[in-house]
Design a protein around this ligand. Structure first.
Ligand SMILES: C[S@@+](CC[C@H](N)C(=O)[O-])C[C@H]1O[C@@H](n2cnc3c(N)ncnc32)[C@H](O)[C@@H]1O
Length: 249
């Protein structure tokens, strides 16, 4: 596939994701600001993007920090195929974050780990194990940042957060963007993506078990502290859309 053909799918992916995350670009900018600040004294920062999909965040980090070594990790061959076809200067790793094989594919010490709209796919135990692994990889001062929809754990407040999410989407004008199912239907029937579709079909991803994680924002923060991170708090929020930050001393 050509870089231009991939780019059209990537733009379409971004618009589709914005239907669910109206402030996605702002959230990316906040994440980049935090990473940039955390690694400002590091000559060659090493950054990993967990559940990178087609590379939207990794690419924005690469633009912001062209001297960084950036690795995007995902288990979806189609989304990784789009990233590989369009973005240069980033290493793309095809691996399952609920296992440990990806560790062999990243440098032994990292300065930042980021993730957006992805880690809710891991169950609570898998996420806690991932946080312990990340803590072990982090250089002193290293930062982990998770941008995702995370409940606060109070039924009434979580319902209000949903209202905020939908009203925000309407104000931004993204509520009628192409949805997840329509994007995948289009990708699955596209002749130019047929090889990637076949690779994805053979992979048998467990897409049916989407949103397995039940940790609240407090639960995630506790899991990060238990994993060895010292400074943990959400630093940006719109409704249930959080940017949770954890720094390792
Ligand atoms: C909604 S997409 C978000 C992608 C990207 N971070 C973004 O913000 O556009 C969720 C991503 O998580 C990935 N993912 C889910 N579970 C995974 C796992 N166990 N290992 C690796 N990637 C996973 C999916 O393949 C998908 O690319």
């Amino acid at each position: 596939m050509t870089s231009n053909a991939a780019e059209a799918w990537l733009r379409r992916w971004d618009a589709q994701q914005e239907r669910y995350v109206a402030d996605r670009e702002e959230r990316f900018t906040v994440l980049c600001d935090i990473v940039e600040t955390a690694v400002q004294d590091v000559a060659g920062p090493v950054i990993i993007d967990l559940g990178c999909g087609p590379g939207s965040l990794a690419a924005r980090l690469c633009d912001r920090l062209p001297h960084a070594t950036i690795t995007g990790i995902d288990s979806d061959p189609l989304l990784l195929g789009l990233a590989r076809a369009h973005y240069t200067g980033i290493t793309w790793v095809d691996a399952d974050l609920s296992a440990r094989e990806w560790l062999a594919e990243v440098p032994p010490v990292i300065h930042a780990a980021v993730s957006t709209t992805a880690l809710h796919w891991l169950d609570n135990d898998q996420l806690a194990a991932l946080y312990r692994t990340l803590s072990g990889l982090m250089a002193p001062g290293g930062v982990f940042i998770n941008g995702d929809h995370i409940k606060v754990g109070d039924e009434r407040l979580d319902k209000l957060a949903e209202v905020i999410r939908h009203r925000r989407a309407a104000r931004v004008g993204v509520q009628d963007n192409e949805d997840w199912t329509a994007w995948w239907d289009a990708a699955n029937s596209s002749p130019e993506l047929s090889a990637l579709v076949q690779a994805r079909t053979e992979r048998k991803l467990k897409t049916a078990s989407h949103n397995e994680n039940t940790l609240t924002i407090t639960g995630q923060a506790d899991a990060l502290r238990a994993a060895g991170f010292d400074h943990v708090a959400p630093l940006w929020q719109v409704g249930d859309d959080h940017v949770l930050v954890a720094i390792k001393s």
